[in-house]
Design a binder for this molecule. Structure first.
Ligand code: ADP
Ligand code: MG
Length: 700
């Protein structure tokens, strides 16, 4: 089999449309794809029929509107193509109306109160810019039609609608900028996104023995294995056979869906891996990333493995994130983030760069909010992921330019990219990137794109891209407002670049983002440090953020309020599930095992002493004493935690509930875990009720 035989075979792509649609229908679709707008009902009927025929030929039996509600994952409800038989003949049907619109019974999706005030109806509407595709599942083959999801009164109830609006806003403002530089050809500017996805793989049978993995996606207990990631022998190491089989299958499934999984390798932690696709248009990348996560789980299951997408499945080793690579290109093929050979002369690039500095500095709070999810609280700032403080890393070449411009108003020269000579004559000399790397930075320039690294591995990347698109659109708009009216463009341009860079230089940080010194330095610079998810939630409704989003029609105030509510609710739900799971595991698994261990040891001491009263049982006694003390501690914490979870029922607003979780539950969860983990190191392996870290991470 060749990759070209399978690639994209399950996608109703533009080339399929070109082949199968009548000319006029295809032309109309093309026009909408290029210029926006809607297709006519007549054409929708034609497209729907063609799409259905294509899908049925491939074995599909059902279709679904595929959408991305605020749960962060995707939703679908399958409808059969089958309709009432006519004259004894089976009729398959997908009408234009069914293609364009749906009304899922969606009353249980999170809406943060929106639905209550605006009736219970929710509509899905076809997003013509994301191709339809066929998903192969055990339930059969399903034609998936990507849609947005909105309420009866038009408020968005999903992650896709605001994303599409933000892309339009960004295109409009970026076009103004390229026009200033004489580009009259471009009709659109589009963000491209390539998300690198990290994940863990564990054995399914072992997974099923751990309630914490089943209920919460992460381990809530577990002493570190004797070997962790300190040898760094896993990173880029040889991929183990069983994992290799999984990856091979995964690639095949992704290729069918037109997702170009390009690179795969082992990550830093044992059992951790990464998959990077080839980048594509922002909204398509968001869909593809959702599909990738779904497919990873499904394919892993086939191999008796489980794919963990949680941000921190194991304490003490690296967690998982998603690197959101983001760049900006015209439809004529120019990447606005490409510095070129001599960036000091590339004033369009410098203007865009300075606007990005402004955007990130002015709206660091929104970027931090976009990375906030429950799992990420265990990761951000924990000496591995980027810190919770948002800053930009530019690398030596651009950094030098910013220095020059801040000092002199312009830059006279650029540091050139160098050559890396390994010193062995038979090896090629490698062209070094002009920029080096800094793994600790949350927002790093990497050659011709920025890489936002703080997104959680399980999260949708719709949120962060909505923020990036919007804040950059706004900074570009401000520059365009000023420059379009300038009498002397050249002078005004240089002044604008220098002003942006001088005013926002504080956002640049090239040092070690994990260090204590940076926390202190960032606070001196006045950069926000929103440490937990709960700290990051309320920024959504700050007046300046509401104004920004309303200006570009991304979110209304009530949408932002509803999203705030959903975030608080999600935090509380997840934390209380974690706390209850810990109470369950302590009560049902750990404490009984330790009691058994202690009584068995006591019996043996008694037996030994009755046989020979002079025997030395000091070690046994010591173990009994220490285990008993830890057992008492675990028991006490289990009871406190159990009481404190129930107290949530007495609170009635989302904010105080999440404070209760963060400030009361989380510390007791830590204390309970500490006692149990200490016991794990003391109790016989044969008595320990669940698989250990070593079992989970090293035995796949
Ligand atoms: P790095 O080594 O900097 O992480 P890679 O070449 O491994 O870069 O690419 C990482 C991800 O970035 C890939 O998904 C890739 O498709 C994506 N990417 C590369 N160039 C761009 C670009 N111009 N815009 C957006 N994403 C990009
Ligand atoms: Mg990367």
């Amino acid at each position: 089999m060749m990759i070209t035989d399978v690639f994209g075979t399950n996608v109703f792509s533009e080339s399929v449309m070109r082949q199968r649609l009548p000319d006029d229908a295809y032309r109309e679709v093309r026009h909408v794809l290029e210029n926006g707008g809607r297709i006519s009902v007549k054409t929708a009927d034609v497209v729907a029929k063609t799409m259905m025929d294509w899908a049925v030929e491939k074995g599909a039996t059902h279709y679904t509107h595929w959408f991305q509600p605020l749960t962060g994952i995707t939703a679908e409800k399958h409808d059969a193509f089958l309709s009432r038989p006519s004259e004894g003949k089976t009729i398959l049907r997908l009408t234009g109306r069914q293609l364009i619109m749906g009304e899922p019974d969606a009353s249980s999706f999170p809406t943060g109160g929106l639905r209550a005030t605006h009736y219970a109806r929710g509509y899905t509407a076809w997003d013509i810019t994301s191709p339809a595709f066929i998903k192969e599942m055990s339930a059969g083959k399903i034609l998936c039609i990507p849609t947005i999801f909105v309420s009866y009164t038009g408020e968005s109830l999903d992650n896709k609608t605001p994303l599409l609006h933000s892309m339009e806003a960004l295109s409009a403002q970026a076009l103004r900028i390229v026009r200033l530089f004489g580009n009259t050809q471009a009709r659109r500017v589009t963000p491209s996104v390539g998300p690198e996805q990290e994940y863990f793989i564990v054995d399914k049978a072992r997974y099923l023995q751990r309630r914490d993995l089943i209920y919460t996606g992460r381990t809530l207990f577990g002493a570190p294995a004797p070997k962790g990631q300190e040898l760094e022998d896993q990173y880029f190491g040889v991929i183990r056979e069983r994992i290799g089989g999984f990856m091979r299958d995964l690639n095949l499934e992704l290729w069918k869906l037109g997702i170009p999984a390009a690179a795969q390798h082992n990550e830093v932690a044992p059992g951790q891996h990464e998959l990077a696709p080839i980048y594509t248009t922002c909204n398509v990348a968001v869909d593809q990333n959702q599909l990738t996560m779904e497919t990873m789980k499904r394919v892993a299951n086939r191999h008796n493995l489980v794919c963990l997408l949680h941000e921190k499945p194991f304490a003490g080793v690296n967690g998982s994130g998603k690197h959101n690579n983001w760049s900006l290109s015209t439809d004529t093929g120019e990447n606005l983030l490409d510095p070129g050979e001599t960036p000091n002369e590339n004033l369009q690039f410098l203007l865009v760069l300075s606007c990005i500095m402004q955007a990130v500095d002015d709206h660091a709070d929104l970027l931090r909010n976009a990375a906030a999810n429950v799992g990420n609280d265990e990761r951000l700032g924990a000496d591995e992921a980027p810190p919770a403080i948002i800053s930009i890393f530019l690398g030596s070449q651009l950094d030098d330019l910013v220095e020059q411009i801040c000092a002199h108003g312009s830059a006279s020269a650029s540091i050139a990219a160098g050559w890396l000579d390994a010193g062995v004559s038979t090896l090629p000399v490698i062209m070094k990137d002009a920029t080096d790397r800094n793994r600790t930075s949350p927002f790093a320039f990497t050659g011709n794109k920025f890489e936002f690294r703080a997104v959680g591995s399980s999260d949708s990347i719709a949120g962060v891209n909505t923020v990036l698109n919007t804040i950059v659109a706004d900074a570009l708009a401000q520059a365009a407002d000023e420059l379009e009216g300038a009498e002397d463009f050249e002078t005004a341009l240089n002044a604008r670049i220098a002003r942006n860079m001088r005013e926002h230089k504080r956002i640049i940080f090239n040092g070690d983002g994990y260090s204590r010194a940076w926390t202190e330095e960032a606070s001196r610079r006045g950069l926000p440090n929103l440490r937990t998810m709960v700290d990051a939630i309320p920024v959504l409704t700050r007046p300046e953020n509401v104004a920004l989003y309303e200006k570009y029609k991304i979110f209304t105030r009530s949408e932002l309020e509803s999203r705030t509510e959903v975030l608080y609710e999600t935090y509380t739900k997840m934390k209380s599930i974690e706390a209850r799971t810990m109470v369950h595991m302590a009560g049902k698994h750990y404490i009984p095992a330790v009691v058994h261990f202690i009584s068995r040891m006591s019996d043996s001491v008694n037996k030994t002493l009755s046989a020979s009263p002079e025997a030395d049982v000091s070690v046994q006694r010591d173990l009994i004493n220490r285990a008993s003390a830890l057992l008492a501690e675990a028991y006490r914490e289990e009871n406190v935690l159990s009481r404190e979870v129930e107290k949530l029922n007495e609170l009635d607003d989302a904010v105080s509930m999440s404070f209760h979780c963060r400030d009361i539950l989380v510390p007791h969860m830590k204390a309970l875990r500490a006692a149990v983990d200490a016991l794990e190191l003391m109790v016989d392996k044969s008595l320990w009720p669940v698989p250990t870290y070593g079992d989970l991470m090293f035995e796949v």
